[in-house]
Write a protein that binds this ligand. Sequence first.
Ligand code: PHE
Length: 338
Amino acid sequence: MKIHDLIVLKETALHEAKDAKNDAAVEAVRVKYVGRRGLLPEIMKGLKNMDPGERPKAGQIANALKTELQILIEDRQREFSLSEAKTEDNSFDYTLPGEWRSIGSLHPISKLIEQMVDIFHSLGFIVADGPDIETPFYNFDALNTPAEHPSRDLHDTFYLEDGHLLRTHTSPVQIRYMENRPPPVRIVVPGRCFRRDTTDATHSANFHQVEGLYVDREVSMADLKGDLNYFAQQLMGPKVKIRFRPHFFPFTEPSVEVDFSCHVCAGKGCRVCKNSRWIEIAGAGMVDPEVFKAVGYDPDKVTGYAFGLGIERIAMILYGIDDIRQLYENDVRFLEQF
Ligand code: PHE
């Protein structure tokens, strides 16, 4: 190769790079001249065979070509990528409707707990809590539930290997709260409970309760009924009715089960209330003197009522849900309705 040929090659290469009409054409020029198998590396290799007098000049031209061409190619590439971005920008239509992004919301159980707690706040209750993992003492003994009581049976309770258990109700928090504080007490305890129940449309091994405890001088069953009636009407509206049925709990005496009139069918009979028009919502009663003794309160000086409201049950009648399992499946189509 002669010096003259090199000069022509340089002109041609720069010309081709300037003339390239798009990104792909620039890339073709790059591959042709400065690519690994391109003309320039070839020429560099051939320099040693040239006339020694022409070699330095030829080397200079070849190096200049390489630098100039690379700079030009980069400039042209930048030019094309900018103009592409511009085309994209111009094609954006600001009048198109925006993309819908769904916003998360509280789970219906959490929402209901908030609502319930608000109502009890208005009656002067404050919120207390306790652990999900309990000792048999707090879950049973201190609540006057002797070792041979059926609810201590393995079928009802999840026991842990170290002798602890998953609390079967929120009532142990009654004990934890009272043992550390003198009366009067007015607390609600929303929380998670566990029982070895077979799951079906109305039962779940994991469910929630709101425990209530009111201890003072001369608290009576009438207070219990009045407060629960107020609670029911605040939550469900003025038409809801409540009724007490005699029952037994080891830690209350007398004890009752509390039913709400069915909100779903308004007393006509439906699947949710199994046509009975009433739904069992809570266990309740007057705190047993044995419980007061266990926490060091004097049963001759104070009386109290306690209740345990089943949150899932209330959710089912309030929202018209006929299968408790829907509350735990976390199907977004279901959850979005609340
Ligand atoms: N702890 C009882 C239960 O889980 C409910 C209850 C609470 C009953 C408080 C009486 C007083 O069934």
